[in-house]
Ligand binder design. Structure first.
Ligand SMILES: *[C@@H]1O[C@H](CO)[C@@H](O)[C@H](O)[C@H]1NC(C)=O
Ligand SMILES: *[C@@H]1O[C@H](CO)[C@@H](O)[C@H](O)[C@H]1NC(C)=O
Ligand SMILES: *[C@@H]1O[C@H](CO)[C@@H](O)[C@H](O)[C@H]1NC(C)=O
Ligand SMILES: *[C@@H]1O[C@H](CO)[C@@H](O)[C@H](O)[C@H]1NC(C)=O
Ligand SMILES: *[C@@H]1O[C@H](CO)[C@@H](O)[C@H](O)[C@H]1NC(C)=O
Ligand SMILES: *[C@@H]1O[C@H](CO)[C@@H](O)[C@H](O)[C@H]1NC(C)=O
Length: 859
């Protein structure tokens, strides 16, 4: 699969304790329903005022179980507030002691005047998953001096933490995670000496370790990840937290070495240092962490050798992730059934990507519970041995073997993958030969990109009823595609067959209800017509049929597709007129990249399309995003937890820009391209094209266009690459083109143009070959002086515009060197199984918030 795809991994723990809590509430409710009303009137009023200070907004909470608890609060129906939803009172005093208003759809601002702070007996305050509209955390919280449990996670607070929180010395649980908090952690936090759980994840703190660990040596859970400004070393003050059970400081910006004293925190069961900038070796002292269940070191710069035996003593270790470092993992291949499976940890998550492995490690033989195994980016040679095809047969869900030197499977003649629950199978970037390995029906993602697989696609693929992603690209597959592929269209998102030798006609792939977002059949030998059923692919965003032998007319009927953004038909034998929209509503409403080059189209440029393509008019770079397809996978890891993955597939296409074929692995949706070059289009360039002000690449070269260059083209101010060469254009080059200050390629060679070349701005940067072969152009850079102009301009100083070969936007591109077709990306792979929660975090912030694990515990 693609190198930039990232596999997102979230470990979700569900809360077994929660139902118990509910049960307790129910029991209490039952008990007191025959007793006297308890509620103190002033507290009842305070609660109602609190309720009234917010609106109920279902978007303010995102947990699926969210419901507006306060909505039912009313004195008329039940004047005893102790029975209100989410309220708990002390049995004897009748004071409100707990407010469980998590996921209650509360939306609105809160400040220190809130009546909430009159509930002075409160011990538990849970406001998790509401939206306090970017309020500051009110300093009056300190009035609730009996609080033991305070949860403000995911609640839309912002600003800095008031130091008064340090007065809440009874606190054992404090979570402020996932708010827009910044500044310093108040030193007063040092007073929170009873704290067991502290959550400060997903904020923007830059310096908060020192105060935290002044005193609270009792802390068992520290959850301080996703603070991207948090840098420096892992602070040595953490050593004092000898009771620490769980330490998550992942996704920060920490650097330096992993301190050996971490090995002294022997109570640790869970340790994540994922995605920092840590370097150096994994300290030997880690072998003392016998209680570890979870260790994640993914995506750092760790180096040196790791003796895998150090983990074999950690009997409870079931999730170990070392991928994406520079580690060399040494495994001793003791045929140690004596050593025994009984003492060996049984992993269900094992990440050994880029660990310099030369073989499948022998201990895998004894792994019966693996769900997730990544061995990508190693140096494993030869065939996948038989015994590997026999491990964790009932559990394996994700198997990542890409970027090795595997040649096949020790299971001739047809490799049938034996894992009955397999969802992701990725063996791209190897040296596999022979037929496509047949995946089990459970498969969701199947990637064999860049191997040497040959033969036809077996109809067995039509059984993949959950499949979302197929990537057969860059192999030697041939033959016709089986017609039954249409059976996959309900689930399939991405079908990528680029650069094989498939032939015959393209089968009908789409049906009504088709989910396909991207179809790439380019660089094959498909012939005949475009299948009309493509019209049913209503979700289609990218269609790439370039470099085939299709013979058809312009598929104006695809103009109905509401979301089609990229249409690549280059290098085929398409013919006839491009003409105009079939009707007022059928005009490719979202099109941004259209490449019809190297076909046999005739007739005029489609000015009516140009008028309608509003999608090419805007160029709001601030709101740009990458085009991608993604798929979510959830697998059950045990009775009470799930692991879920989101895999993103960047859409990569090859486009000629600035005269060079480039493969874009990320297409920003501000990227607008029209390439109609190398056809037989005639007539004038319509003025309406100047209305498409978002165009960055415009190539009309090698046609038989006539007339003059419309001055409206000067309005396309973001134009970067503009090629009109090899046409029959005459007249002068309009002065308005000087406004194109992003222009870095301009080519009008081999036309019949006359008159002076505009001077200044980008025009100071173009070579003479941009103007070759015209009748009468004059002025810089040509030697011919214009007869009425002054002396030729001197070669300009540094250009005024944004010259050079850089685009003003950071496109991620890979230049295709001569001789390479799709192969250049080999070798950069390897890191592609990196878990990037960071982007997930951004996603969450941007889109409406979506569910996420809860951490820690409840009191
Ligand atoms: C949230 O705050 C904004 C201004 O910061 C205000 O316009 C809006 O009405 C507030 N929303 C609610 C529900 O209080
Ligand atoms: C606090 O909030 C109340 C009601 O939401 C508002 O009337 C009052 O002006 C606010 N006080 C301050 C100091 O912002
Ligand atoms: C496959 O594994 C099972 C136990 O998991 C074992 O009994 C069996 O012999 C193995 N088969 C092969 C061919 O290795
Ligand atoms: C495809 O679907 C059709 C109709 O649902 C069914 O008759 C056919 O057997 C399916 N083909 C395969 C290979 O599953
Ligand atoms: C325009 O297209 C032609 C082929 O039709 C190609 O040779 C040329 O390099 C392209 N121009 C630019 C600037 O990319
Ligand atoms: C302009 O196009 C011609 C062919 O049409 C090509 O030979 C020449 O190199 C191009 N010049 C530039 C600067 O791109």
């Amino acid at each position: 699969m693609e190198l930039t795809e990232s596999l997102f991994f979230i470990f979700t723990q569900s809360f077994l304790k929660l139902p118990l809590l509910h049960l307790a509430l129910i029991l209490i409710t039952f008990f007191f329903s025959c007793a006297q009303p308890l509620c103190h009137n002033d507290e009842s009023i305070a609660l109602l005022q609190f309720k009234d200070s917010f609106v109920i907004d279902k978007f303010a909470s995102y947990e699926s179980a969210a419901h507006p608890k306060t909505a039912s609060w009313a004195q008329e129906t039940n004047h005893d507030c102790c029975f209100w939803d989410g309220v708990k009172c002390d049995e004897e005093t009748g004071h409100v002691i707990a407010l469980h208003l998590n996921s209650s759809c509360l939306h609105g601002s809160i400040n220190s005047t809130s009546s909430l702070f009159q509930l002075s007996q409160l011990q538990v305050l849970d406001l998790y998953d509401n939206d306090f509209n970017q309020s500051q955390i009110p300093s009056a919280l300190a009035d609730l001096s009996k609080l033991t449990y305070l949860d403000l996670e995911w609640s839309g607070f912002s600003g800095s933490i008031p130091s008064s929180i340090g007065k809440l010395t009874m606190l054992t649980y404090l979570s402020l995670s996932q708010n827009k908090l910044n500044g310093q952690i108040p030193y007063a936090f040092g007073n929170l000496s009873r704290l067991l759980y502290l959550g400060l994840a997903g904020c923007s703190f830059s310096d908060f370790f020192p105060p935290i660990v002044c005193k609270p040596t009792s802390a068992t859970h520290l959850y301080i990840s996703e603070n991207y400004y948090l840098n420096g070393q892992i602070p040595s003050s953490l050593q004092k937290l000898t009771q620490l059970n769980s330490l998550d400081i992942s996704l920060n910006n920490l650097s330096g070495q992993i301190p050996p004293w971490l090995g002294n925190l022997t109570q640790l069961t869970s340790l994540s240092l994922e995605k920092n900038n840590l370097q150096g070796i994994l300290p030997k002292s880690f072998s003392r962490l016998k209680n570890l269940e979870y260790l994640n070191l993914v995506s750092n710069h760790l180096s040196g050798t790791v003796d895998f035996d150090m983990f074999l003593g950690m009997k409870n270790l079931n999730r170990l992730q070392l991928s994406a470092n520079k580690l060399s993992v040494l495994t001793t291949d003791t045929n140690s059934s004596t050593n025994g499976t009984s003492t060996m940890p049984q992993f269900y998550i094992l990440g050994l990507g880029s660990c310099n492995l030369r073989n499948f490690p022998g201990f895998l033989r004894y792994q019966n519970n693996l769900m997730f195994l990544t061995l990508d980016g190693n140096q494993i040679h030869g065939k996948v041995p038989k015994w590997v095809l026999n491990i964790s047969l009932k559990t394996m869900a994700v198997l990542q073997l890409s970027g090795n030197f595997l040649t096949g499977f020790d299971q001739p003649p047809l490799a049938v993958l034996p894992w009955v629950r397999l969802q992701i199978f990725d063996i791209s970037d190897n040296m596999l030969e022979g037929p496509l390995p047949i995946p089990p029906p459970s498969t969701v993602n199947y990637g064999v990109r860049r191997n040497k697989l040959s033969g036809q696609v077996s109809p067995a693929f039509c059984n993949l009823r959950s499949i979302k992603y197929i990537d057969f690209g860059d192999n030697k597959l041939s033959g016709m595609l089986p017609d039954c592929l249409v059976n996959l269209s309900d689930s399939l998102l991405v079908l990528n067959l680029v650069n094989n030798s498939f032939g015959g006609s393209i089968p009908e792939i789409c049906t009504d209800g088709s989910q396909l977002r991207m179809i790439d059949l380019s660089y094959n030998k498909f012939e005949g017509h475009l299948p009309r059923s493509l019209r049913s692919c209503l979700m289609l965003q990218t269609l790439n049929l370039g470099n085939n032998q299709l013979g058809d007319e312009f598929p104006s009927w695809l103009g109905t597709l509401p979301d089609l953004r990229i249409l690549m038909l280059r290098y085929n034998q398409l013919q006839g007129n491009i003409e105009k929209p079939i009707s007022n509503s059928v005009f490719f409403p979202k099109i941004r990249v259209i490449d019809l080059s190297y076909n046999d189209f005739t007739g005029k440029l489609p000015s009516e399309y140009f008028q309608k393509w509003n999608s090419m008019k805007a160029f709001d770079a601030t709101n740009s995003s990458y085009m991608k397809a993604n798929s979510n996978i959830t697998a059950r890891t045990s009775a009470d937890s799930n692991a879920s993955w989101t895999q993103y597939y960047p859409i990569s296409i090859k486009i000629t820009i600035k005269g060079v074929d480039r493969v874009f692995h990320k297409i920003q949706d501000v990227f607008v391209v029209i390439d109609f070059s190398s056809n037989m289009l005639e007539g004038e360039i319509p003025e309406s094209i100047g209305g498409l002000q978002g165009i960055r690449v415009l190539n009309l070269s090698n046609n038989i266009l006539s007339g003059s260059i419309p001055s409206t083209l000067g309005n396309i101010t973001v134009l970067e690459s503009f090629d009109l060469s090899q046409n029959g254009l005459h007249g002068e080059i309009p002065l308005q083109l000087k406004q194109l200050t992003f222009l870095s390629i301009f080519n009008v060679s081999r036309n019949n143009l006359t008159g002076p070349i505009p001077q200044g701005n980008q025009f100071a940067t173009f070579e003479t070959s941009s103007y070759d072969g015209n009748l009468g152009l004059c002025g810089y850079p040509l030697a011919t002086k214009c007869w009425n102009s002054e002396s030729p301009k001197l070669p300009p100083p540094a250009s005024e515009g944004k010259g050079d070969s850089e685009f003003p936007f950071q496109f991620d591109w890979i230049t295709i060197l001569p001789g390479y077709v799709g192969g250049l990306v080999v070798g950069i792979v390897g890191g592609n199984f990196v878990f990037v929660k960071k982007q997930l975090w951004f996603l969450k912030r941007q889109m409406k918030r979506r569910p996420r694990r809860r951490r820690g515990f409840r009191t």
